[in-house]
Design a protein around this ligand. Structure first.
Ligand SMILES: CC(C)(COP(=O)(O)OP(=O)(O)OC[C@H]1O[C@@H](n2cnc3c(N)ncnc32)[C@H](O)[C@@H]1OP(=O)(O)O)[C@@H](O)C(=O)NCCC(=O)NCCS
Length: 209
């Protein structure tokens, strides 16, 4: 008998196997989420060059807060996101399309109400990958992790009102537009309006069907 096999015992005529369930703790390290066209995994320092080029694009940066546009800035961000994950407050996945080694986008989830019952997510893709279906493929991998592994009850997103693509993808995923937030986002020395979106597990399951 294999020494590591679960120990079987017998209860009358019915055999049973005793298995010790160890709760999965994502603070120790994120899972690798593999789909048909892309993999989500924690960003690595080796992603910094690729991400700095893609996220430094002004078309991408005009919608996100303080993009880390240098390789050194992305490296700092990657180290910070690992520390925050270990502390249990932020989770960050890199988006790696099949056939590539480096991440071409980022998905981030912040805890707003502990323990991750209310969370907010943000996302960004390098411009060459926008409009390719990669965002939808990545969201399809991430949302089960958010609702089933983390146990989020309410997932918020804030998108600049002028950001047509981000607002369209949130609507497409089944999120509800909960209102217009005037002058709620300071970027480039100017205030911008945001749209507040909420996605509940029930909305998402309905959308998935
Ligand atoms: C937001 C982002 C991840 C979406 O990924 P994407 O690959 O561009 O999205 P998709 O191509 O799957 O979908 C874009 C949607 O916007 C719609 N769209 C594109 N241009 C539009 C416009 N000018 N007006 C209205 N809708 C528009 C498309 O029709 C599509 O919606 P549909 O599928 O319902 O028709 C990506 O655009 C990005 O990284 N943008 C820069 C960073 C950013 O804005 N992050 C969000 C911060 S909250």
């Amino acid at each position: 008998m294999n020494a590591t096999a679960p120990r079987a015992a017998s209860l009358g005529a019915v055999p049973f196997v005793s298995v010790a369930f160890v709760p999965y703790d994502w603070r120790q390290g994120l899972p690798v989420l593999r789909g048909p066209s892309a993999t989500l995994r924690e960003p690595r320092l080796a992603d910094a060059d690729s991400l700095a080029v893609l996220l430094g694009d002004p078309d991408v940066g005009r919608y996100i807060a303080a993009p880390p546009i240098s390789t050194a800035g992305v490296r700092r961000f990657i180290r910070w996101s690992r520390d925050e994950r270990a502390a249990g407050s932020v989770i960050c996945f890199g988006i790696v399309p099949h056939g590539l080694d480096a991440a071409v986008g980022i998905l981030q989830i912040h805890e707003r109400e502990a323990p991750f019952r209310i969370a907010e997510w943000g996302f960004v893709l390098g411009r060459p990958y926008c409009g390719t279906g990669l965002f939808e493929a990545s969201a399809t991998l991430l949302l089960p992790f958010i609702f089933e592994t983390l146990g989020v009850w309410r997932l918020e997103a804030r998108a600049m009102a002028a950001n047509a693509r981000a607002n369209a993808v949130l609507r497409r995923l089944g999120a509800t537009d909960e209102g217009h937030l005037s002058r709620s986002f300071l970027l480039g020395g100017q205030f911008h309006d945001d749209v507040l979106w909420a996605l509940l597990p029930t909305d998402w399951r309905q959308h998935r069907r």
